[in-house]
Design a protein around this ligand. Sequence first.
Ligand code: C5P
Length: 404
Amino acid sequence: MSGEKKAVALVVSGSIAAYKAPMVARLLVASGFRVIPVMTASAERFVGGVTFSGLTGEAVLTSMWDSTFAGEMHVAIARQVDVVAYVPATADLIGRLATGRADDLASALGLVARGPRIVAPAMHPQMWQHPATKRNVAQLVADGVTFVGPVHGVVASGEEGVGRMAEPEAIAAAIRSAIGVQDLQGRRVVVTAGPTIEDVDPVRFLGNRSTGKMGFAVASAAASRGARVTLIAGPTHLATPAMVQRIDVRSTSEMGRAIEDALGASLDRADALVMCAAVADYRPAQVSAAKEKKGADRISIALVKNPDLLGEIGARRTALDRPVLVGFAVESTGDQLLAYARRKLVDKKVDLIVANGAETAFAGDTNRAWLVDEQGDRDLGTLAKRELADLILDEVKARLHTAR
Ligand code: C5P
């Protein structure tokens, strides 16, 4: 980050999830932000202000009527911050924001602030589903507010449903991307995305269910953080993200050649390779030049193994720490997922494996994911692919700090 520190007003309202807000403050401080904590009256019943002032080095603001403050507090604070984040946001606070109330510092700030507003709701699933909440959320979305979560899971009452606050990492990532931090400026990132398709004959092929959404999210996030991005995409209908150079490929071997070109023979043309593509492990031994005719009741197609693109680069990189290598692991065997992911980390000699279950990984806009590296496993919960993209790039960035 260059220049003056970016500043975040971290507004905490009264929900059990408030106990996780200090984690968000810590992550933002670690990212180099100035964090100004603001607490509603009810938030103070759930978590102590001392925690926030200790973590942020800032006074905790709780009331507009603090006579020691010179001037109008809500106006002065709004001018100093680049983003206002409500973490957690209760149903009540969401209602007040949606209707433009300004009866406390938390809501008044939202009316004065000019930058992005981020809301991380936390409430009982029935409150989240209530038509009144839905109306308020729709209004805030129409007003340009960004929502992070809530996610599905067990809530404070012990019941299960959508209402849990998003994980602190996901919230911090959304705040960073809203501010548009250019922390990958000048970095060259190669991303693969989508399926690869292996032709059987001129009309038939073998493929898989990958849509490319995850890889496109990584490419888009990297570009918005200032990186020079090459996106090598298997067949998909997705639009090319802004500021991204896209190379379309079809088969695994085409993808391999495109990666080779992008990284260069000595792997020095890129700082990171993020292999999101669901690469076909096998291809037909022969591709018929003419369409195969219908005939026998039972036929078989001989398949030969494709090269492991990521594994080959991992093996070639041995003495270097660049490019940073990130792979994905998708398994339908839930209980073995992390064990397989760890094996991939070692076998492919990569820095990070993003593990996700086959049930959630494809097609949707969210992903249930874990990060697996030599330090251990980190459960990220369910999060939007764009949020996951930013978390992956945070990991890449952390590894780029080591000198070549
Ligand atoms: O071994 P598996 O296919 O599960 O490993 C997944 C990871 O390896 C993904 O990052 C994928 O892009 C990459 N991969 C590859 N070449 C292959 C198969 C997978 O680069 N032939």
